[in-house]
Design a protein around this ligand. Structure first.
Ligand SMILES: Cc1cc2nc3c(=O)[nH]c(=O)nc-3n(C[C@H](O)[C@H](O)[C@H](O)COP(=O)(O)O)c2cc1C
Length: 149
């Protein structure tokens, strides 16, 4: 059994719904112990200690460039200080493929994790539109990660 921390940022509730769905699969299907935190109440010092896997999720905003979800933005600014070297990390987020930078926040998180030397598990999950309509993709993504934990 593994311990998992999920930190998410969400404005309209989509990434929160996704985070809770991921947590439910990890707990109910795999028996892992999962802590879900809103990024608004989380500091980067909370990462990397006491968890086998850290999952980070943000939606993407902005019209011209890539903007993180508003609560996630200050957290991302501090993320370079996170002690995630050699730690297992998974990344997810909601977006809309009609925008130029589809799930751009997920791309930036992936780059940051590479800079920190974290071990990113699998291909980051990018949900286009309402995550309630992507249950099969979510299930497959969690299965792939859970089986390599
Ligand atoms: C003003 C605005 C800008 C957005 N910009 C992007 C974007 O650049 N890339 C993207 O993939 N999605 C973009 N989106 C879509 C949101 O990321 C999407 O609605 C997401 O599901 C919101 O998730 P949340 O409720 O967890 O915050 C934008 C939405 C709005 C309203």
């Amino acid at each position: 059994m593994a311990t998992v921390l999920i930190v998410y940022g969400s404005t309209t509730g989509n990434t929160e719904f996704l985070a809770q769905g991921i947590a439910a699969i990890l707990m109910n299907k795999y028996g892992h112990t999962v802590t879900v935190k809103d990024v608004a109440g989380t500091s980067v010092e909370d990462l990397g200690h006491g968890y086998d896997l850290t999952m980070l999720g943000s939606s993407t905003w902005g019209d011209d460039g890539i903007e993180f979800q508003e609560d996630f933005a200050p957290f991302y600014e501090d993320l370079h200080r996170a002690d995630l070297k050699n730690k297992s990390v998974a990344i997810f987020g909601c977006g809309d493929s009609s925008y130029e930078h589809f799930c751009g926040a997920v791309d930036l998180l992936e780059e940051m994790m590479a800079q920190l030397g974290a071990r990113v598990m699998g291909v980051p999950l990018r949900i286009d539109g309402d995550p309630a309509g992507a249950q099969a993709d979510i299930q497959q993504w969690v299965d792939d990660i859970a089986q390599s934990l």
